[in-house]
Design a binder for this molecule. Structure first.
Ligand code: NDP
Length: 338
């Protein structure tokens, strides 16, 4: 088996040197365990946080330990009840070609409604995040306006489409003309603004034009300049679902960030509700989520865009690229035969 381990902790922006590839003998499953052959590995922004040893909502990856990551794979050996050779499972088994896992650490994918890769994207953790953010945090209502940053990404790409399906006005913010064209032409956003082409003040004015009645719900994925441009455009009684702040993950731009008193004043005067949320707290909602979004994906009513790198050894490079916005769609690594 081959795995990628955390070789050292990054200071600021990570590099290839922070990762190391290792090969080792195929592990054998014990009682209640399975051996899984990884087919797809998901690359997600949260992994940047796991590379640091700062206090966070989840424990860091230990030095020399396998990088954390969600996978879809096939059971090669089973010593667990309820799981048989050939079953397809998903779970957080790491950046690896094979892994031994306890049966309760994986979810079995019975009768997939769409290609297996979608269970790491639109039907997986990022999809659940989009659905929870809109329905349980923003509590979107028909006729409202939502703004979604990282609008074409794994989370944002579904969030925009779900908002449109519910009859909202959806404004996206994305990096580059190609992503913005995809947002409006394929994902159905009413408008999309390119944050890479402008400064915060211009972006703020563009958002004002795209959302003339203000933003009722902000699906916050990025922080940074975009947040600064969105805040003054929030409508009275608006809700902000704080999902992520990727612009700050590598420590860039923190010194120039908007002053806290200005942020606080906007929350007060506009009577905003700002709520952070984390997908793992909502994993019990997977059946409800799959029940609702699964048929939309199966019937081709949700556009799915994936950005796939081939082979486990491409994972570090692809991950670094994603952190800078180099991905276009859900970032995945194809590890083995489908
Ligand atoms: P994406 O597929 O959206 O990929 C990341 C995107 O972030 C890039 O493509 C880029 O999009 C954008 N980005 C990168 N740097 C910047 C920057 N400096 N300013 C603005 N945008 C930037 O990733 P995901 O959909 O997987 O994740 C989106 C966000 O949601 C992340 O912040 C992530 O941490 C968070 N998240 C939170 C979860 C939770 O439980 N709360 C669960 C899952 C994700 P572009 O080129 O369009 O700018």
């Amino acid at each position: 088996a081959t795995s990628i381990v955390l070789a050292s902790r990054p200071k600021g922006t990570p590099s290839q040197d922070n990762f190391r590839q290792e090969t080792h003998a195929l592990p054998a499953p014990g009682d209640g365990e399975i051996l899984v052959r990884v087919i797809w590995l998901s690359l997600d922004p949260y992994m940047r946080g796991r590379m640091d040893d700062a206090k966070s909502y989840a424990a860091p990856v230990e030095l020399d330990a396998v990088m954390e990551g969600g996978v879809v794979g096939e059971v090669l050996e089973s010593r667990a009840e309820g799981l048989a050779v050939g079953d397809i499972v998903t779970g957080s088994l790491g950046w690896t070609t094979h892994a031994v896992a306890r049966a309760d650490a994986v979810r079995k994918i019975d009768d997939p409604v769409a290609p297996l890769s979608t269970y790491l994207g639109v039907l997986g953790m990022p999809g659940l995040t989009a659905w929870v953010g809109l329905n349980k945090v923003i509590e979107m209502q028909q006729g409202e306006t939502v703004l979604i940053s990282a609008a074409t990404g794994a989370v944002g790409g579904l969030a925009g489409q779900l908002a449109k399906a519910k009859g909202l006005r959806a404004v996206g913010v994305a990096g580059g003309a190609d992503k913005c064209a995809f947002a409006t032409d394929t994902l159905g956003y009413d408008a999309c603004l390119d944050h890479r082409a402008t400064d915060a003040a211009t972006l703020r004015d563009q958002i004002g034009k795209a959302a003339p009645d203000g933003i009722d719900g902000y699906f916050e994925n990025v922080g940074g300049k975009t947040l600064e441009a969105v805040l003054p455009n929030m409508a009275m009684n608006g809700r902000i679902a704080v999902c992520g702040m990727i612009a700050w993950y590598n420590g860039k731009g923190i010194d120039e960030a908007m002053p806290l008193p200005a942020v606080w004043r906007t929350i007060l005067t506009q009577r905003l509700r700002v709520q952070g949320f984390l997908a793992p707290d909502h994993f019990h909602r997977f059946p409800e989520f799959i029940g609702e979004v699964g048929p939309l994906v199966r019937d081709g009513r949700i556009a799915v865009r994936e950005d796939v790198a081939e082979g486990l050894d491409s994972a570090p490079g692809k991950f670094l690229e994603m952190l800078e916005g180099g991905n276009f769609g859900k970032t995945l690594v194809w590890v083995g035969d489908d």
